[in-house]
Design a protein around this ligand. Structure first.
Ligand code: AMP
Length: 132
């Protein structure tokens, strides 16, 4: 079981931002900016392009809704989307509220936020997601 499957199953704690039967979203523990969120399918697949056609379509619609919720909570120019998957072998979409393209550089130093602030951000995104 991947670390992200354990997160989606609630066996490892996370800052939950959104969920449905098929997908789960939570804050990246090493955020590039405030509100940096990961979306995952509950079904454990390493490479995102190994998802079935209909599954990846629903995954993208889920990520879109999470991005809409993020933008309501964290004012930004746009929410950027990226897929790397070089570290964790469980498909995930990074959603990153951007002020400029520099916010999408994965080589940037990561933020260290207090747990209370992470929880506050996640709770606000979750509340906005539930309204959609
Ligand atoms: P990559 O697989 O290259 O897309 O990177 C994996 C991402 O997952 C990194 O941005 C990590 O900070 C993030 N990450 C790894 N473990 C956790 C965790 N337990 N909770 C939240 N984010 C994590």
């Amino acid at each position: 079981m991947s670390i992200f499957s354990k997160i989606a199953a609630g066996e490892i704690p996370s800052y939950k931002c959104a969920e449905n039967d098929e997908f789960y979203a939570f804050l990246d523990i090493n955020p590039m900016v405030k509100g940096h969120t990961l979306c995952i399918p509950r079904r454990e697949v390493d490479y995102i392009f190994d998802l079935e056609d209909d599954e990846i379509a629903r995954f993208q619609v889920f990520a879109k809704k999470v991005a809409v919720a993020i933008k309501k909570v964290l004012p930004c120019v746009k929410v950027g989307q990226a897929v790397l998957g070089l570290e964790v072998p469980h498909a995930h979409i990074h959603l990153i509220p951007m002020q400029s393209e520099k916010d999408m550089l994965f080589s940037n130093p990561k933020l260290k936020l207090e747990p209370e602030e992470m929880q506050g951000i996640a709770d606000k995104i979750y509340a906005e997601f539930k309204k959609l």
